[in-house]
Design a protein around this ligand. Structure first.
Ligand SMILES: [Zn+2]
Length: 208
């Protein structure tokens, strides 16, 4: 299913590298409607649990460098409740300046200069990837965990599904590298192949 859409863009003063941050309110609305709501252009059941979470987005004009490479986005869980460290409290105050007193469950920060030069396909692949990091904690049997106190899901960030060596797959097969689900997904045509743009190595772009 396709229909016209307009990709939200950061304010232009953040397109050049600097020290600015801004709430990406348009992008939040777009992601809620198109990624997290059934019937949205990029909805996938994998993100269905996030209908009960709030996901805040920030644009950043400064670089986020990790292990020598500049990243395009990161996803973080915002700790709720009374801060017990000044650094945490200071960050909460800073975030409240942008989001108001109720902070989002998850915060996804995106590089505005990188987003501005990405095409749609790269940008949406990045958003989808960062949403994959926003998860519900599982118990030892793999069932979603809920808080005893509030009954709400216990939120967590989830690591990448796969980290491995191409050489292991080459010499011993995808199963030996724990990459069989990844390989079988890769053999199917991407669902969102209709989105114009080029391929993004999202694992390199992600700093989570
Ligand atoms: Zn990632």
């Amino acid at each position: 299913m396709t229909r016209a859409y307009t990709r939200p863009m950061p304010p232009q003063h953040l397109w050049e590298p600097g020290l600015g941050f801004a709430r990406a309110a348009h992008l939040e609305e777009f992601v809620r409607a198109e990624f997290l709501t059934r019937g949205g252009l990029f909805f996938d059941a994998e993100h269905g649990h996030l209908s009960g979470a709030s996901v805040g987005f920030l644009w950043a004009s400064s670089a986020h460098v990790d292990k020598g490479s500049t990243k395009a986005g990161i996803a973080q869980l915002i700790r709720q409740g009374e801060p017990r460290k000044w650094t945490v409290a200071a960050r909460a105050v800073w975030l409240q300046g942008m989001f108001g007193p109720a902070l989002p469950t998850f915060l996804i920060t995106l590089s505005a200069p990188v987003w501005a030069r990405y095409d749609d396909r790269q940008a949406f692949a990045l958003v989808d990837h960062e949403l994959c990091h926003c998860a519900v904690a599982k118990d030892e049997y793999g069932a979603p965990r809920f808080s005893d106190g509030t009954g709400q899901p216990v939120w967590c960030t989830r690591p990448h599904d796969h980290e491995g060596f191409v050489g292991t797959v080459d010499r011993w097969g995808a199963g030996a590298a724990g990459a069989a689900p990844l390989v079988s997904a890769a053999l199917r045509a991407p669902r969102f192949a209709w989105v114009p743009g080029s391929h993004l190595d999202v694992y390199k772009a992600c700093g989570t």
